[in-house]
Design a protein around this ligand. Structure first.
Ligand SMILES: *[C@@H]1O[C@H](CO)[C@@H](O)[C@H](O)[C@H]1NC(C)=O
Ligand SMILES: *[C@@H]1O[C@H](CO)[C@@H](O)[C@H](O)[C@H]1NC(C)=O
Length: 223
């Protein structure tokens, strides 16, 4: 210690401690970065066929057309031996929820948030690896919103559970597939006298204001 004799002992001690701490943090974060996978950002456009068991135990098959560059997202919902519902969401917050049958039902809702962002899983908590639907998956959780399972090998989504209780299984995942423009036109009876429903209260929205509506609607459509 001869060469440090000019320094008070505590200064040397703090100096050594800080080196030690820096090294510890470096190792910690290096390990963290190396061992914790992050969810793959969603492709900007894709088509998926989803099988969903809703929170009410209703089975439905959904055609999901995600189209971020055009600011739109479409869920075409076929309920088991039941109605076919069209849930068309725009990034400005407006959603059209309608049938295309003789009943001509339509509800227009205005949400304070847009559609899911491609990076909506950023910051999700990594929970490890698990077998889901027969695929080895990494999975993550966003509290009060979603648990999300992604194939370790292909990085494709396999399944997700909404905190509402809906269980979603991804059957197909076609990256880059886009639904033609004419299909994105809500029917004329959506533009009647009824005022849009203003959606403000939702656990999803209050806890995660920057996320979005749960994009696979399970609410029944009033006549
Ligand atoms: C759907 O989920 C419910 C529980 O929420 C379960 O009882 C039922 O068996 C499930 N249906 C199918 C087809 O898996
Ligand atoms: C949002 O965009 C859709 C599609 O262009 C349109 O029909 C709707 O009126 C818009 N909503 C608002 C609040 O501007």
């Amino acid at each position: 210690m001869a060469e440090f004799s000019n320094f008070p002992k505590t200064t040397i001690y703090i100096f050594l401690l800080s080196i030690n701490l820096s090294a510890t943090f470096l190792i910690f974060f290096t390990r963290l970065a190396a061992s914790e996978p992050v969810p793959t950002t969603w492709p900007l456009q894709f088509h998926s066929i989803l099988y969903i068991n809703t929170s009410k135990g209703v089975n439905q098959v959904v055609d999901l057309w995600y189209d971020w560059p055009n600011g739109r997202n479409f869920n075409i919902i076929q309920k088991q031996l039941g109605e076919k519902l069209y849930d068309l969401e725009w990034n400005n917050g407006t959603s059209y929820y309608y049938t295309l049958d003789a009943n001509k039902k339509c509800t227009v809702t205005h949400f304070p948030v847009g559609i899911l962002r491609p990076n909506f899983l950023d910051g999700a908590k990594y929970l490890g690896k698990v077998n889901r639907d027969g695929f080895l998956c990494n999975y993550w959780e966003k509290v009060d919103f979603i648990t999300y399972y992604e194939d370790v090998e292909t990085k494709r989504p396999v399944a997700w559970n909404f905190f509402s209780g809906s269980r979603v299984h991804v059957i197909t995942f076609e990256v880059g597939k886009v639904l033609d423009d004419p299909n994105w036109q809500a029917p004329v009876y959506c533009f009647g006298k009824k005022k849009p429903i203003i959606q403000t209260e939702s656990p999803v929205l209050t806890h995660l204001p920057n996320l979005m509506r749960e994009f696979t609607t399970t609410t029944p459509l009033a006549t």
